[in-house]
Design a protein around this ligand. Structure first.
Ligand code: EPZ
Length: 428
């Protein structure tokens, strides 16, 4: 049964309260799987979320020849069986993050053939910085028939690489292409996301030599590729999944506790919640939110930026919160060129939003009304379900395949928090 045709039916006027544990970070686990190519050995990756993007990345590794065993939330990958350097269009077109195999393949095999990743609803998702960085390391690219053909004519040499923008993907591919290059590589203006730190920790666990993870200057000392080996590694908690549930608790009143997350990952978002009048309590690996939902929130100004700035992956969620604030809030999207599609859908539920280039002007408070709506990307989809929980009446959300990409057991977790919500196949 194709669950992508499912719909999610949400009853409104519900309060999300109680405890929820987040899964491992999608945007880390996907790259750890790619990095396991380098080990030429067995890597055990724990706390891997059970989501469709992980399924696809596992298929990519298997298409290269790796053996992949999945037991609950643990992956055991034996990359010593890899006998191909080609990542097919069929798989890459389903999930553009497959491009993360490029760096590891050129490091280990000196070549790679990876389908050009398409764009997606939120933007063109260019890879020019990935290619610029790898070219500086000595990789040559031919692009034909929709494929990137990478070769290393002599050998990979360390380089000083400065990124125009602190791109997560470019930082990751340059990291994985430089770990066995001759000499030292410096990545200047590197991405600082917690998922980058997770990747660097994993790479050091398999024998690489990386310093400065989490800062904007990362130094990589090249090591012999044959010295790399397997490891056992636990993926960090998913800060965006955590932030999504936290917004659900803040929107409906809570108290709601998210467990399994380092609050340091969400400092900016937590500060914004407090500015809006939400009570936020933090512990070593949990965050609790609550507020009097009979009163409006205070307005908010959000500018999405690379970490530690406000995360673009929480932009839709905070646009939803801004609908509950008394006055005018401004949400500015600086990372992706087309990430306001959520606004169009939530306006159908009664939100008062005007879009001016990369600014969204949100006026409130507004009592949203349930309506049939459609997910445009995974974060907008999750936010539409949250909107349905706080709206008047019933909301049906379609294109839920987007949500499955990044949220494990989303409906079950929300039910356990008090939502009246069900997922069903409309054809049944
Ligand atoms: C990662 O995408 C995440 N995806 C995104 O999460 C996240 O929104 C994004 O980082 C920013 O935090 C994964 O990790 C799988 P970027 P990525 O390279 O690596 C432009 C989600 O919802 N750019 O930092 O693609 C690019 O077009 C997803 O989980 C270039 O122009 O992000 C974009 O506008 C959505 N040239 C901006 O930079 C390049 O060579 C940020 O891209 C690379 C990027």
């Amino acid at each position: 049964m194709n669950r992508k045709d499912d719909i999610i039916v949400v009853q409104g006027n519900q309060t999300l309260t109680g405890k929820v544990s987040v899964s491992g970070a999608k945007n880390s686990a996907l790259k750890l799987i790619a990095a396991s190519i380098l080990a030429n050995d067995v890597c055990t990756i724990q706390n891997v979320p059970n989501i469709s993007d992980i399924d696809i990345m596992c298929q990519v590794l298997e298409s290269l020849g790796a053996k992949v065993d999945r037991k609950d939330h643990t992956l055991v990958i034996d990359s010593s069986f890899i006998n191909s350097v080609e990542a097919s269009y069929k798989l890459v077109s389903q999930m553009r993050a497959s491009i993360a195999v490029l760096g590891p393949l050129v490091s280990r095999f000196g070549e790679a053939k990876v389908a050009m990743p398409g764009g997606c609803q939120i933007g063109a998702r260019k890879i020019d910085m990935h290619l610029m960085g790898l070219r500086q390391l000595g990789v040559k690219f031919d692009v034909n028939f929709g494929y990137l053909n990478a070769t290393v004519p002599s050998k990979l040499r360390g380089a000083n690489i400065r990124l125009d923008f602190a791109s997560v993907g470019a930082t990751e591919n340059i990291l994985m292409a430089s770990v066995c290059a001759e000499g030292r590589t410096i990545i200047d203006n590197a991405a600082r996301e917690p998922e980058i730190v997770d990747l660097c920790n994993f790479l050091n666990e398999i024998g690489c030599s990386i310093h400065g993870a989490g800062t904007s200057v990362i130094e990589i000392e090249g090591v012999d590729v044959n010295s790399l080996h397997g490891c056992t590694y636990k993926t960090c908690g998913d800060r965006i999944e955590a932030g999504t549930y936290i917004v659900g608790g803040a929107a409906t009143g809570g108290p709601l506790t998210v467990e399994g997350i380092d609050p340091d990952y969400l400092k900016t978002a937590i500060r914004k919640l407090r500015d809006m009048g939400v009570d936020v309590k933090i512990d070593k690996d949990s965050i609790t939110v609550s507020r009097d939902a009979t009163k409006p929130l205070r307005t908010v100004q959000v500018q999405t930026l690379p970490h530690p700035g406000f995360p673009t992956d929480l932009q839709a969620q905070f646009m939803l919160l801004a609908c509950l604030a008394e006055g005018t809030s401004i949400i500015t999207e600086n990372v992706f060129e087309n990430r306001f599609m959520f606004a169009a859908e939530i306006m159908r539920m009664g939100a008062n939003i005007s879009l001016q280039e990369h600014h969204a002007v949100v006026k409130g408070p507004v009592k949203l009304q349930g309506a049939p709506v459609s997910s445009t990307d995974l974060r907008a989809g999750a936010s539409l379900v949250l909107a349905g929980i706080m709206a008047e009446g019933t909301t049906t959300v379609t294109e839920v395949g987007h949500i499955d990409r990044g949220y494990e057991d989303f409906v079950d977790k929300l039910c356990r928090l008090g939502a009246e919500i069900e997922r069903k196949n409309p054809k049944k």
